[in-house]
Design a protein around this ligand. Sequence first.
Ligand code: PEP
Length: 254
Amino acid sequence: MNRTNIIAGNWKMNMTLDEGKALATEIVKQATDNGVKAIIAPPYYLLESVRQIIGNSKHVFLAAQNCHQEAAGAYTGEISVNMLKSVGVDYIIIGHSERRNYFDETNKMLTKKVNLALQAGLDVIFCCGESLTIREDNAHVQHVKRQLRESLFHLYENEFSRIVIAYEPIWAIGTGEVATPLQAQEMHAEIRKIVSNNYDDRIAQATTILYGGSCKPSNAEALFAKPDVDGGLIGGASLKAEDFLKLLEMRAAK
Ligand code: PEP
């Protein structure tokens, strides 16, 4: 199956101007055209500088970490999809668990963000995943199904084809506790089944599903070897050019 392979780096609230420019420069200089899309998601204030550094690279792309759910107006401190588009963003990460948990983002709110991003012509990396309690209750599949249904499944097929799904179990994000390759594969296969039931198998097979949660060079090989894992959404390990580039190489070797 010819799915797009992606390694996306979510820098979160890290990197000063100089640090961010240096990291992006290193990544763009060393990333090769190896069939894997590299996506970097710096904080808002760095987007324009990183866009200049990426230039019109055919294999490094730019993502924002979030956007506001309204198109414009009196929302002090917020950033709209059109602002992101105007600085040349390619993707928007929507529904990261840190946004859901710390900023009370609901599935309904995320629907609005997804719609605005797609209408503006930007692609979406949509995050889903369960907390430890939900997994211990064995309710993780239902939980993720609901996240997808309530935020994405209103989309037409041609719109849904512009969504990349990132499965990120919350208990593995930034904790050093990575999901086992088997746990990741099981969930990715479930997600593909859920997409297939809602759309069809052709669409499900074409959907890129990334794993996120303490993924780094020392554990990525076994994760990337799983048939339904199409790459990673990387937090901590995306802050070091060497690790991020290594993950790109490892994905390409699959
Ligand atoms: C993330 O925040 O998307 C993430 C996967 O973080 P980390 O790799 O640091 O767990």
